[in-house]
Design a protein around this ligand. Structure first.
Ligand code: PMP
Ligand code: GLU
Length: 400
């Protein structure tokens, strides 16, 4: 008899976390590895947020909170959605979780029955397929090519819909491509979804603030589908708070209550201290906005530099990311090439070659839906990025 359940045996390890782990292990062995695998801001959490957490401890905000989050934080999130995004949600429609990751998992588990189809534009974030698998749903991916800036068309969405479709799940700004859907593009997708009232939309907006294009656009803006949108966001990326583990979702009361019930049996509410820190972040744009702007400007400069350098490397093709802090170049030109005993046949070989030869950690593209690509995170300092890309260029030159 197997010890571990089928559920866990069939689940893949997160490729982003796996590469981050491998690079940490090599580093511990004294290898000078540059880690461009994991996506997290290299900036520190702004001071006033840290102070709010320390104050929370001294004020004994150290007990269980309500499962869906403190009343104060849920109110602040509802207010943020109103003032920044023009969306009307009551505090009761908000559920705070241990990161946006848990919010997405909650929503999938509350909506998807075995055999239900979940449509996901590809490239997609690495954890979506595994979360759908946990819910025993079937993921249907719609392939978006680099020539369409990795964004799906309304026709593609329409064609993927079947009587079994239950959820449409996507991120904009997108991890791994950095693609950002415009207001018009979202409106066109909403028009398709309007015709299919059984379909729910999970809109992952965790990169809201990391947007080089301008104002953030949410698919929840469209009244015709608004009641079927589960909006997911959090503090990890925008406020450099990845380790605090606070994300949230906003939806109809029915779905919010279901997620509250699920979370109540699995994790309870997230850390009380992190919730008070997140309240400060969300409520006090005035004390953190400078830090956020500084961070986003730095990402923007790095993005420009990374695109320029990658464009100069023979055979590498990339799009122009408009948000997040990743680039997802096509590296298939190098398939079939060798350097001594090292041969590159696929995206994983390419990443292993880069790790062993150039000591840089990047993630194979197949984990995000396209095995001709790799994902590079540029959420690290400019000097380190220059060094990493120089190393990559040298390693590529040695491939024949
Ligand atoms: N969605 C996307 C697209 C992400 O890149 C991440 C990053 N981990 C998450 C969700 C989860 O974020 P969190 O740290 O809030 O769980
Ligand atoms: N979202 C980040 C990434 O894609 C963090 C790692 C993860 O949670 O998988 O690298």
């Amino acid at each position: 008899m197997e010890i571990l359940s089928k559920r866990i045996r069939h689940l893949s390890e997160s490729a982003t976390l796996e590469m981050a782990r491998k690079s940490r292990e090599l580093k511990a062995r004294g290898v000078d590895v540059i880690n461009l695998s994991i996506g997290e801001p290299d900036f520190n959490t702004p001071d006033c947020i840290k102070t709010a957490a320390i104050d929370a401890i001294h004020s004994n905000h150290t007990h269980y909170t309500p499962v869906a989050g403190t009343a104060e934080l849920r109110e602040a999130i509802a207010k943020k959605l109103k003032t920044e995004n023009g969306l009307n949600y009551s505090a009761q429609q908000i559920v705070v979780s241990n990161g946006a990751k848990q919010s997405i998992a909650n929503a999938i588990l509350c909506l998807v029955d075995p055999g239900d189809e979940v449509i996901v534009p590809s490239p997609y974030w690495v954890s979506y397929p595994e979360m759908v698998k946990l819910a025993e749903g079937n993921m249907i991916d719609i392939r978006a090519t680099i020539d369409q800036d990795f964004k799906i068309t309304p026709q593609q969405l329409e064609e993927a819909i079947t009587p079994k479709t239950k959820v449409f799940l996507f991120s904009s700004p997108c991890n791994p491509t950095g693609s950002v859907y415009s207001h018009e593009e979202l409106k066109a997708l909403a028009a398709v979804l309007e015709k299919h009232p059984r379909i729910f939309i999970i809109s992952d907006e965790i990169y809201e603030y990391i947007n080089y294009k301008g104002k953030h656009e949410s698919i929840a803006t469209f009244e015709n589908i608004r009641d079927r949108v589960i909006l997911v966001n959090g503090v990890s990326k925008g406020y450099a708070m990845t380790g605090w583990r606070i994300g949230y979702m906003a939806s109809t009361l029915e779905i919010a209550k279901a997620c509250d019930k699920l979370q109540g049996q699995v994790t309870s509410g997230p850390s009380s201290i992190s919730q008070w820190a997140s309240l400060k972040a969300i409520e006090s744009m005035n004390c953190v906005s400078e830090d956020v702007t500084e961070m986003v400007n730095a990402f923007s400069e790095r993005r420009k530099m990374v695109i320029e350098k990658l464009n100069k490397m023979p055979g590498i093709k990339s799009n122009q990311p408009e948000g997040a802090f990743y680039i997802y170049p096509n590296i298939s030109h190098y398939f079939g090439k060798t350097n001594g005993s090292m041969r590159i046949e696929n995206d994983t070989d390419f990443c292993v070659y880069m790790l062993e030869k150039a000591h840089i950690a990047i993630v194979p593209g197949a984990a995000f839906g396209n095995p001709n690509c790799v994902r590079i995170s540029y959420a690290t300092s400019k000097n380190i990025l220059v060094e990493a890309l120089d190393r990559m260029e040298n390693a590529l030159e040695e491939l024949h």
